[in-house]
Design a protein around this ligand. Sequence first.
Ligand SMILES: *[C@@H]1O[C@H](CO)[C@@H](O)[C@H](O)[C@H]1NC(C)=O
Ligand SMILES: *[C@@H]1O[C@H](CO)[C@@H](O)[C@H](O)[C@H]1NC(C)=O
Ligand SMILES: *[C@@H]1O[C@H](CO)[C@@H](O)[C@H](O)[C@H]1NC(C)=O
Length: 171
Amino acid sequence: MVVLLIVMMAAVQVSYAAVYKVGDSAGWTTLAHIDYTNWSATKNFQVGDIVTFEYNAQFHNVMRVTHVMYKSCNASSPIVTFTTGNDSIKITNYGHHFFFCGVPGHCQAGQKVDINVLRVSAAAAPTPSALAFPILPVAPSPRSAAPFIYLKGAFGMMGLAMAILAFSNSA
Ligand SMILES: *[C@@H]1O[C@H](CO)[C@@H](O)[C@H](O)[C@H]1NC(C)=O
Ligand SMILES: *[C@@H]1O[C@H](CO)[C@@H](O)[C@H](O)[C@H]1NC(C)=O
Ligand SMILES: *[C@@H]1O[C@H](CO)[C@@H](O)[C@H](O)[C@H]1NC(C)=O
């Protein structure tokens, strides 16, 4: 039932899919001193939306990382790295999606953004810890282990419980 509801919500939201350019006209950079947290906070991201990072690939990149890595600006083991200078990433699940520039010093300088897709509408109060499914772009493995590996580090029991619920309903 939960899964059905989620699927229905996702289907509705697909028709409203939007494209967001990170940093708007300034793009993905350290030069303009963009407050990407602020940029992100003013958006109402939905599953199915596309987030585009435009930047000079000689000086920047885009790394998708875990919450722990994001907080500490630790670029040692990104989940995925984008380097084309014009990377469009489709948001396929709810929860937080953490990105920063992996060039030394850039994350510390503020070139980091948390794309948070809320389950509820932006008008409602934020959820304590949104559920995130595995954030690899394409998961070749079956859905079995992946959510638990990701949830282990960054998310609390609530997320874990929801993952188990979703997993058991959809299995
Ligand atoms: C956040 O963005 C709003 C609107 O774009 C702006 O008025 C405000 O000054 C910004 N706050 C910070 C801390 O940058
Ligand atoms: C970065 O993360 C790696 C493993 O994820 C860890 O071994 C390393 O100590 C971390 N570096 C810092 C500076 O925290
Ligand atoms: C980046 O790609 C988008 C399409 O995905 C395109 O509309 C845009 O013009 C590109 N920007 C640059 C600077 O190439």
